[in-house]
Design a protein. Structure first.
Length: 590
């Protein structure tokens, strides 16, 4: 990697000649009019505009397709660049179109309306120390006329060179072309009959601005052609200052494009057809490639890995071989999660755990429908959730899970590491206060899986009810009732929450449980005995709720939630009567 400063004039020339181009995966140029003016002002004021990163063309491991910078014309696809712009596309494209191209700049307003603009220096204002930056640079429509009163009044007309002279407006798109700039300057002097004041003023403009822009340099980071592709990706992520992020998916897309395979199009079709469901809509293109790399390396029989460098070594043949099978694996994973009462991606404890789950479902496709196999996969899954093991170092755990879970199921091997690593501190129940926690979402799924029924309708909360009745997580002892009475760590924890429909929650209101249960019964919505049955499906002790016994309710429900976690994970939770538990719950949870 080399770092050096290059004259802006040289960069623009290279772009114009096609010697500096963009990788084909780089997307559109999107800077608006005000941002372009701010960038030009930075150059005029000799402020740094940040480094750009180039890659020497001809890298054998990343042989990108290329395309000219937007606005450059007359460059054939056969013209090979010397370098590719990896970072700095937005800035370089803006500078090329505003300061070098003879055509109007295709830009947009700050509200996104597409416009075409030319940029000018106001000579009087640029050399006036008291003038604001907004006065120094103006942009005008492609007609070079600024109008008002619905086009009836012309406020500024720069449609000819003479009118530019008359208004003392210097066109910025010739500032880096010394020949055109000199011609304009000479004609400008002639227009004013070589007036000494005009010459003195323009000389000051040339010294303070034009010559400074012509000698302006931009820092360039150059990656040599022998740079490994994983290094290209990593360096780019470290220095990227804006524009389109170069992800692993972008690099693999560019690599596959050399074999005329459109990975982006394939993924978009696959996403629309198979990954738009309620759970799988959270899967990203990079997630899919990571899972596919994990699957391909497992099936190859060697070292299993799915780190970034491994994804970048993925071949097109491997992709074509496994993409459809893996897609089905993701579908099977989604079906399994719905059996566990996880219906939407927002309720998914860990989106990352979908990656090994989908690979496991792909490899075990012929066995995935048997109860024994499914139960083992579910046990592993819940150990990952309630052990909260997917917060970091995921690639390593992906590998452990795929290799060990499959060996455990097919060869009756040892328990997977995710199962043996499982640990749950009973006190953790009280710190689960929001749905940001994976274990919090997991407990709600277990409540639904216990055939939880709505307090009024008695409908079991399956996918249809969950969707149509707007089921959400609400307090059992209502918040307004609890605020001035009980410890928030208890009343706002998962222990005091359950899944309730929007209509039932409105009926409950903010009164004591004994009051709202009585209200539900008096309205004839449900009988006392039946309501008690509904409550028990949520692991709620109806007797304690009817006498508003908050303390015993918290202890009783905590015990039941811990039992549910043990049943889901197949593991024993230790420390239910520890000093910490007794102190925090004011009771043992044995």
């Amino acid at each position: 990697m080399q770092t050096n400063d290059r004259p802006l004039m040289d960069l623009m020339k290279k772009i114009s000649e096609g010697k500096a181009q963009l990788p084909d995966f780089q997307r559109g140029w999107v800077w608006d009019d005000n941002r372009i003016k701010a960038l030009i002002l930075s150059v005029i004021n000799k402020f740094p505009v940040g480094a750009a990163m180039f890659l020497e063309y001809g890298n054998e491991s990343i042989h990108f397709k290329h395309k000219p910078v937007e606005g450059v014309e007359g460059i054939s696809q056969d013209v090979e660049p010397d370098e590719l712009i990896l970072d700095g596309q937005q800035r370089l494209t803006s500078l090329y179109n505003a300061l070098y191209s003879s055509k109007p700049v295709n830009t947009q307003t700050d509200k996104g309306k597409k416009i075409k603009r030319y940029y000018y220096l106001n000579i009087d204002k640029v050399i006036d120390p008291s003038a604001s930056d907004e006065e120094k640079i103006i942009s005008v429509p492609e007609t070079k006329k600024v109008v008002s009163d619905f086009g009836r009044k012309i406020d500024l007309d720069l449609s000819s060179k003479e009118k530019e002279f008359e208004q003392k407006m210097f066109p910025l798109n010739i500032i880096l072309n010394t020949s055109e700039q000199q011609t304009w300057q000479n004609d400008y002097y002639g227009f004013y009959n070589y007036d000494a004041t005009i010459i003195k003023q323009f000389t000051e403009l040339f010294t303070k601005v034009i010559s400074q822009v012509q000698s302006y340099k931009m820092p360039i980071i150059l990656l040599e052609k022998d740079t490994p592709k994983e290094a290209v990706c990593q360096v780019f992520e470290n220095v990227n200052t804006g524009g389109v992020s170069l992800t692993v998916f972008e690099l693999v897309t560019a690599i596959f494009a050399m074999d005329d395979f459109e990975l982006r199009k394939d993924w978009e079709n696959r996403r629309n057809e198979c990954f738009s469901g309620k759970i799988l809509n959270i899967v990203t293109s990079t997630d899919f490639l990571t899972a596919l790399t994990l699957l391909a390396s497992y099936e190859a029989g060697g070292t299993v890995s799915c780190k970034k460098k491994d994804v970048l070594q993925l071949t097109l043949d491997q992709y074509k071989k496994y993409a459809d099978k893996l897609t089905q694996g993701f579908k099977n994973a989604e079906k399994l999660l719905m059996e566990e009462r996880i219906f939407y991606s927002r309720d998914l404890p860990y989106s990352t755990q979908l990656i090994p789950l989908s690979v496991i479902c792909t490899v075990l496709e012929s066995k995935i429908r048997t109860t024994t196999v499914k139960d083992k996969i579910k046990q592993w899954y819940w150990c990952g959730v309630f052990g909260e093991l997917y917060g970091s170092a995921n690639e390593t755990r992906f590998v452990y899970d795929v290799v060990q879970v499959i060996n455990w199921i097919e060869n009756e091997g040892q328990l997977p590491k995710t199962i043996t690593d499982f640990y749950f501190n009973p006190v953790r129940l009280l710190s689960m206060q929001t749905r940001l926690s994976a274990a919090y979402k997991g407990i709600m799924a277990l409540v639904l899986k216990n055939h939880a029924k709505d307090f009024i309708s008695g409908e079991e909360m399956d996918l249809s009810t969950y969707t149509n009745e707007r089921i959400d997580i609400h307090h059992i002892f209502p918040k307004n009732y609890c605020v001035d009475r009980y410890d928030k760590t208890k009343w706002n924890s998962i222990v005091n929450k359950t899944a309730i429909s929007a209509s039932s929650n409105r009926e409950i209101g903010g009164v004591a449980p004994s009051k709202y249960l009585e209200k539900l019964e008096k309205k004839g919505a449900v009988s006392s005995d039946v309501l008690n049955e509904y409550l028990e499906t949520h692991w709620i002790n109806s007797e304690l709720l009817r006498v508003d016994d908050f303390q015993d309710f918290i202890v009783d429900r905590s015990k039941k939630l811990l039992t549910a976690i043990e049943q889901a994970t197949g593991r024993t939770i230790m420390g239910k009567d520890s000093d910490e538990v007794v102190q925090r719950f004011d009771a043992s949870l044995l």
